[in-house]
Structure formats: structure tokens, C-alpha cells
Write a protein that binds this ligand. Sequence first.
Ligand code: FES
Length: 135
Amino acid sequence: MLKSPKKNRRRTLLWGFLSLLLTWPLLRFVRFKIPVKPKKVHITASPSSNGVILQKDFILFSRNGRHWALSRTCTHLGCTVNYQETEDILECPCHQSRFQIDSGKVIQGPAKRPLPLYAVEKSSTDTGYVVTIEG
Ligand code: FES
């Protein structure tokens, strides 16, 4: 006995939906495990007199021949941290977490994790810098 095409289509749709429902958590897990390629950001600006270059996503420091960058995303709830020149620290305006500028370590919470530290190289083609942001 032949099944009606309408019944076949319903069965196909049902199996497709169930397959997607069952594989979705697996796909999310696998995607989470795939390493993201690091992003290279070229900076052509020169540091200010205190050795700081403020960017939207990170702050670059260039002092005494050492170059490093810290993320500006607070590890508490994601606000953008600011550089406090008078105290030479990074401070979050939302809940006043404070971070060391040389390592990103937490000086004062509520943030518990340090700010991500990014590698910085002097650019070989111009006078700027290349910041490597890990995914
Ligand atoms: S978001 Fe920065 S301290 Fe809360």
C-alpha cells in the first residue's frame, strides 16, 4: 500500500525538526571548542607623553621599551574601563573595579578576573604597533 505524499512530507519535516533539535546542542558545543583566529590590529598613532594609546577595545601602553595592551572590557559585567592618569590604573565606571596597568590584575572588585592582556609588536612597515587580540 502506498503512503500519501502529504503524509511523507509531514514525516520528513518531523524528522528534520527532531534531528535539528537533537544536534543543536552538539553543534553549539563543537562551535564553542573551535579556536577563533587571533585578530591583528594595526595602530599608527603615537603614544601620549604618559605612554598610553587609548583605543575603543583596548589600551596600549608603551613605556621603557616595553609594549603591551589590555582589553577595555571589564571582566565583571562588560563595561568599558577607563585609564586614570592620576593613579596610573584602569577603573570601571560602572561598579568601580580597579585594575593594574602592567598586568590587568584586579586591585579592587567586584571584578574577580584580570583584564585580558594582548601581545604588542612594533610594526615593521611604519612607526606604529600591531596588537594581537586572541579570540
Ligand atoms: S562592570 Fe565593571 S565593575 Fe561592574
